[in-house]
Structures are given as C-alpha cells and as structure tokens.
Design a protein around this ligand. Structure first.
Ligand code: OAD
Ligand code: ZN
Length: 247
C-alpha cells in the first residue's frame, strides 16, 4: 500500500528534491557508515583537525582511500540511482542533493548542474592551502613510491586531501546555498537512504517540511524525522523504486 502512495506522490511531483545518503549505494556493494558492518563500525572517522595536525593520520586517510578504491572503485549505479536519474529527466525532480562521495549519481547520467554534493567528492584531491587540484593516480604513485607517505603540494607544500568534507571541516558554501535553494522551492522532498543524524545536512528535510513540501522518507531503519514525514517507507530502496517506477 505504501508503494501505491509513493507512485501517486511521484506522479504529482513537479519540483522534487531527492536527498540521498549511503543507503542508496549499498546494493552497489559499497557499505554505508552506521549499519552493522558500516565504515564507522570498523574505523573511527579521521576528523579535519587530526588530518591537518598529524602526518600519520594523513597517511592513514590515504591508505583507507586507496583500499576503498581497490574494493569499490568498480561500483556501478543501482536501481535507486537509475530511478532518480529518470525522474530528473522526466522533469519531476529539480535536483539531487547527496551526502555521498562515491560519484554514482554522476555515473547514472545526472548532470553536474542538477547535482549538489554536500560532502564533496572522493574522486580527486586538492591542496588545502592553495586549492591546486591533484588526481588520485598521481597521489597514489607518490604514496606508493615513498613508503606510504602522503605527498604534499608541489606548489606550496600544503597538505593534499580528497575533495571530501571531513568532520570538523567547513561545509562547501556553494553546495549549501544550492541545496537551500532547491529545498526552498521543492514540492516534494524525498529523503533516501540516510540515517539523518549528520548536521547540517539533516537540516534540509526539516527545512523542506517547514516550507510546506511533502516529506517522504525511504530508509530501512527508522529515523528521528519519521514522525514529521507525510510518508515513511521502511524497506529496501531498490525494491521500493522498482515497485514504484519500474526496474
Ligand atoms: P548512514 O550509514 O548513517 O545511514 C545509511 C542509512 O541507510 C541507514 O539508516 C540504513 O538503515 C539505510 N540503508 C542502507 N542500505 C539500505 C537499503 N538498501 N535500503 C534502504 N535503506 C538502506 O549514512 P548517511 O546517512 O549517508 O559524512 O551518513 C551521513 C554522513 O555520515 C555521510 O555523508 C558521512 C558520514 O559520516 C561525512 O563523512 C562527513
Ligand atoms: Zn598548495
């Protein structure tokens, strides 16, 4: 019955926003953060301060990044990504706001001007001091040939970090602005595959509801905002979208 409701909501949606978390990528083989077996159940996050102040933490961050690349670098979009790309193409969604850094929305054909990456992107790196861009292949080569030591910027010797947002690191201003604009203008806000515990990202569903949008939450586990939502579906994201919009 819940899927009938979702079908109706999607059929009437004109300026929707999909807000995605790691749960949309688990069927692609990439673990989420907080489920059993999730990344933060295995490794403590390296916060921004630790990255900046400790060479050993920078080395560890890069070791983890290359291990992720080896394990999940070949992942391809799943049913959730494909359904959202289709809804965008049909003009029902105005944009996708993601907390994910895995690049799978882009891989499903979503253009950059419709995608907001709140927590950045792990497919390239930048110097934190001067902003110079570095490709992962370049970082990896240096890392491996220097006994797993993270390289520093060639121009200014600053620390090189993936273009992701760590805990304690300032949020990207332009992404926050664009996400706020999409949220303010949306008629339906679909929160998909996120535990909704990380702020300020988790503020967007609240903002959408306050602005009068219909709030839909699709997540295997309950979230703190379920009470506020117009429709809550506790089921597998791929199954939900396959039932609502096809494979
Ligand atoms: P979480 O791991 O916190 O939450 C993912 C949610 O998706 C969980 O509640 C799962 O139950 C649910 N889930 C997993 N697979 C699913 C599936 N196939 N179908 C339905 N639900 C499923 O991940 P996020 O909410 O994305 O940020 O985490 C938010 C932020 O915390 C991340 O962007 C990252 C992390 O720390 C930073 O590192 C700054
Ligand atoms: Zn630099």
């Amino acid at each position: 019955a819940a899927c009938v409701d979702l079908t109706d909501i999607l059929a009437g949606m004109r300026r929707g926003v999909a807000f995605t978390g790691a749960g949309i990528s688990t069927e692609c083989g990439i673990p989420d953060f907080r489920s059993p077996g999730g990344l933060w159940t295995r490794n403590r996050p390296i916060d921004f301060e630790a990255f900046l102040t400790s060479r050993e933490m920078r080395n560890e961050a890069w070791r983890r990044r290359f291990a992720m690349e080896a394990a999940f670098g070949g992942a391809t979009p799943g049913r959730g990504h494909r359904a959202l790309a289709r809804l965008l193409e049909e003009g029902r969604l105005a944009g996708i706001v993601t907390q994910n850094i895995d690049g799978l929305h882009q891989a499903s054909g979503v253009p950059d001007d419709r995608l907001v990456e709140l927590h950045g992107n792990s497919t390239y790196a930048t110097c934190l001091d001067c902003g110079e861009r570095y490709e992962l292949g370049w970082v990896r080569e240096r890392f491996e040939t220097r006994a797993q030591t993270a390289p520093d910027c060639l121009d200014c010797a600053g620390p090189i970090k993936t273009a992701t947002v760590s805990f304690g690191q300032p949020m990207p201003g332009e992404a926050m602005t664009r996400a706020g604009e999409l949220t303010a203008a949306c008629d339906v806000f679909l929160a998909i595959g996120s535990s909704l515990v990380v702020w300020p990202a988790a503020g967007f569903p609240v903002q959408a509801k306050r602005n009068g949008a219909r709030l839909v939450i699709i997540n295997r586990e309950p979230t703190e905002f379920d009470d506020m939502a117009d429709l809550v579906i506790h089921a597998d994201i791929g199954d939900v979208f396959e039932a609502a919009t096809g494979p």
